[in-house]
Design a protein around this ligand. Structure first.
Ligand code: ADP
Ligand code: MG
Length: 274
C-alpha cells in the first residue's frame, strides 16, 4: 500500500481493544440445576477506557469480571486481554483488583498493606510498579498520609477502602477490575469516593472495569456503561457517557446528567421486562 494514511501493523495493535469478550457463556451447576450466569456476551474495552457493568444482582456482573480477570474460565466463547489469554495476563500481573470489602491484612499498617502487593509484583510484572515515594504520593492524594502507620482496625470503612484503592493503583497494572467497591459504604462516604477514584484514575490512566448496581455511580464515573440483564445474564444495552472530564459533583445537578440517568434507568427497567 502506498497510501500514507494506511494503518500500519503497530497502529492496528495500538487501536485494538485491550479486552475482547466474544460469545462468552458461563453455566454453573447449583443443586443439579444449570444456571446461565452469562449467555453469549460480546464486549470490547479500549485502552484507558472507564467502563461500568451495571445491573441488578444476579445478572452475572461478578462472573464476567472474574472471567476477564482469569479467575473463572468461560463455558464457551473467548476472552483476550492485550492479545493474551486471561490466565496468561493474570500471570503477567496485568490486573489490579478492588473487591467489595477492602481485604487489608489486619496485622500490617496501611503503608505495609499497600507495599506488600507492590513488592510481590515488582519484577514479575511486564509494566513498572510504583516506587515507595510514588505510593506515598497516592496516600497523600486520598488523605491517608497521617494514617500510613495505622492498622486497618483504626480506620473507618471509607478510609480502608481508600487504602484498598491506593493498593490497586500502585500496582501500575494496565487493567483495574473493581467489583462494587463502594457498596458497603454509607451514602455520603460513597459519593465522596467516586471523585476520589476519578482523581486517582486521572493521575494513572489505566483501563477500569467497574461493577455497580448504582445508576448514578455508573453515570458519573464512566466513559461507557454496559447495562446487563439477568436470567440469563447478558448485555442488554450500552451507552457512551459524553459528560466532559473532569467530572464534578455539580455535574450531578445538570440536565445532561439527569437525562443520562433517565436513559439508563429506562434500559434497566426494560431489561427486567418491567
Ligand atoms: N461459583 C458459583 N457457583 C454457582 N453459581 C454461581 C457461582 N457464581 C455465580 N453463580 C450464579 O450465577 C449468577 C450470576 O452471579 P454473579 O455473577 O455473582 O452476579 P452479580 O455479580 O451480577 O450479582 C447467579 O445466579 C449466581 O447465583
Ligand atoms: Mg456481584
Amino acid at each position: 500500500m502506498t497510501n500514507s494514511h494506511a494503518t500500519t501493523g503497530s497502529d492496528a495493535v495500538a487501536n485494538a481493544p485491550l479486552v475482547e469478550v466474544r460469545g462468552v457463556s458461563k453455566t454453573f451447576r447449583q443443586r443439579g440445576q444449570a444456571v446461565d450466569a452469562l449467555r453469549d456476551v460480546d464486549l470490547s474495552i479500549g485502552r484507558g477506557e472507564f467502563v461500568s457493568l451495571l445491573g441488578p444482582s444476579g445478572c452475572g456482573k461478578s462472573t464476567l469480571l472474574r472471567i476477564i480477570g482469569g479467575l473463572h474460565g468461560p463455558s464457551t466463547g473467548t476472552v483476550t486481554v492485550d492479545g493474551l489469554d486471561p490466565d496468561a495476563a493474570r500471570a503477567g500481573k496485568q490486573f489490579g483488583l478492588v473487591p467489595q470489602s477492602p481485604a487489608l491484612l489486619p496485622w500490617r499498617t496501611v503503608a505495609q498493606n499497600v507495599r506488600f502487593l507492590t513488592s510481590l509484583h515488582r519484577g514479575r510484572a511486564a509494566h513498572s510498579v510504583m516506587s515507595d515515594p510514588e505510593i506515598d504520593g497516592l496516600l497523600e492524594a486520598v488523605g491517608l498520609s497521617a494514617f500510613a502507620g495505622s492498622y486497618p482496625h483504626e480506620l473507618s470503612g471509607g478510609m480502608q477502602q481508600r487504602a484498598s484503592l491506593v493498593r490497586a493503583f500502585s500496582l501500575g497494572a494496565p487493567i483495574l477490575l473493581m467489583d462494587e467497591p463502594f457498596a458497603a459504604l454509607d451514602e455520603i462516604t460513597r459519593a465522596d469516593m467516586r471523585y476520589l477514584l476519578l482523581d486517582l484514575w486521572s493521575r494513572i490512566n489505566t483501563t477500569v472495569v467497574f461493577v455497580t448496581h448504582s445508576v448514578t455511580e455508573a453515570a458519573i464515573l464512566s466513559d461507557r456503561v454496559v447495562v446487563m440483564a439477568a436470567r440469563p445474564g447478558r448485555v442488554a444495552a450500552e451507552h457512551r457517557i459524553d459528560l466532559p472530564r473532569p467530572r464534578t459533583p455539580e455535574m450531578e445537578d445538570s440536565p445532561e446528567f439527569h437525562e443520562t440517568v433517565r436513559v439508563l434507568r429506562a434500559d434497566l427497567r426494560e431489561s427486567h421486562g418491567r
